[in-house]
Ligand binder design. Structure first.
Ligand code: GLA
Length: 413
């Protein structure tokens, strides 16, 4: 008798439970940059309230993530990690429930090594029980660090193990791997199921730190895209020198704007790190800027094209023999293709002096002979500059940038 085989494909379709995660760069808030080990239930509830009431959730910041230092120093008798009862007196399920009640998703932290970076229990050899514990609590996002990883251990295999352990729980959990760029994560994190992967060491709250991160990643963004994004670390925008990765020295508004614009332009996850309770209004407005978020969340997830990356030319008044200086890696022009034939065009001057940043339109694929110009609108001022051709050479202050939204127009002149 002929027995019809079950239609496996159809069965699979029927059983589909998960929506694809991290379609676009994940957005949220993480406790580490400002609070370090000084975290507790009250603080997390306050952040959840603010994310829901001050427009962050509506803008797309959906994950509220507790970083390191949430547990006791030793596992319980049952082998499970135990939340610190002084910091989280009602346990983690209660925190998750509260976060969910605000329409947000809840993230937690563990480590691929035997201990976290701050010395709390890590998940090495406990991946399946820990993943199940997180799932039981209602966790939606796991940041997975790389401290205290055994020398004999296999990094890729252990990240795969946790990825499998999360999937085995049957709960939809975004896997945020954090191995600081070891073993070229862009080459394998997508394959092991990670949704984002930290690709550098830790950010600090200053200009050199965040620009170094960008410089090290610009050529690697081609491996970042839908469902698995290069993570350039949590933002320090608005920290103003305070907190765990604060260094006392305050970044200028323009420097923070540069950081946020770069994270948006690079299409990387946007995890805020500042204290939302005391964040100055201009930084809230910056991180809620619809044009910048639209660039970050563009559906095509393309990396920016490097039109120009070299040196600005600045006066060198102290040296009569060499009146001009060309500090390395200070002039940047980046062009990002967006959906609907739109473009984001970015000019930056990363030197310590004001300078002109020159750029020929031909280097953006628009030779004069093409008869096509770039119609530009300044994102910060709203000014419509109109069609530009031949070249565009803005004067830019030290550590500052300009950003334009553009489209192509026929140049009949
Ligand atoms: C590492 C990570 C940071 C943070 C700390 C916590 O340094 O890179 O983002 O999670 O550990 O200890």
């Amino acid at each position: 008798m002929f027995v019809q085989k079950p239609n496996l494909l159809l069965g699979r379709t029927k059983r589909r439970k998960f929506m694809p995660l991290a379609q676009l760069p994940p957005m949220g808030w993480n406790s580490w940059n400002t609070f370090g080990w000084q975290i507790n239930e009250k603080l997390i509830f306050e952040m959840a309230d603010l994310m829901a009431s001050q427009g962050y959730r509506e803008a797309g910041y959906e994950y509220l993530v507790i970083d390191d230092c949430w547990s006791l120093r030793e596992r319980g008798k049952d082998g499970r990690i135990v939340p610190d009862p002084e910091k989280f007196p009602h346990g983690m399920k209660a925190v998750a429930d509260y976060v969910h009640s605000k329409g947000l998703k809840f993230g937690m932290y563990s480590c691929a090594g035997v201990r976290t970076c701050a010395g709390y229990p890590g998940s090495y050899d406990h991946e399946f029980v820990d993943a199940q514990t997180f799932a039981d609590w209602g966790v939606d996002f796991l940041k997975y660090d790389f401290c205290n990883f055994p020398q004999s251990g296999n990094c890729k295999a252990r990240y795969l193990t946790m990825s499998m352990a999360l999937k085995a729980t049957g709960r939809e959990i975004l896997f945020s791997a954090c191995n600081w760029g070891m073993e070229e994560p862009g080459e394998w994190m997508r394959a092991i199921g990670a949704h984002m992967y930290r690709s550098t060491g830790d950010i600090m709250d200053n200009f050199v730190s965040f620009t170094d991160i960008v410089k090290s990643q610009l050529n690697k963004l081609c491996m970042s895209g839908n469902h698995c994004f290069n993570d350039m670390d949590m933002l320090t925008v608005g920290m103003e020198g305070k907190g765990n990765v604060g260094l006392g020295k305050v970044c200028s508004y323009e420097e923070y704007r540069l950081q946020f614009v770069l994270w948006c332009l690079c299409g990387v996850p946007l995890m805020m790190g500042a204290d939302l309770r005391t964040l100055a209004p201009e930084y809230r407005a910056l991180m809620l800027n619809p044009a910048l978020l639209r660039i970050n969340q563009d559906a095509e997830c393309r990396p920016p094209y490097i039109v120009r990356r070299d040196s600005v030319c600045i006066p060198n008044p102290d040296d009569a023999q060499a009146p001009w200086a060309h500090p390395a890696d200070t002039a940047f022009v980046l062009l990002r293709h967006l959906t609907d034939n739109e473009f984001a065009l970015f000019y930056a001057n990363l030197s310590d002096a004001d300078a002109e940043v020159h750029c020929e339109m031909a280097d953006m694929g628009l030779p004069v002979t093409g008869g096509v110009a770039l119609d530009m609108t300044d994102v910060f001022s709203g000014e419509h500059l109109g069609p530009q051709k031949d070249s565009f050479n803005p004067h830019i202050k030290a550590h500052d940038c300009r950003l334009f939204l553009c489209h192509l127009v026929k140049d009949n002149a």
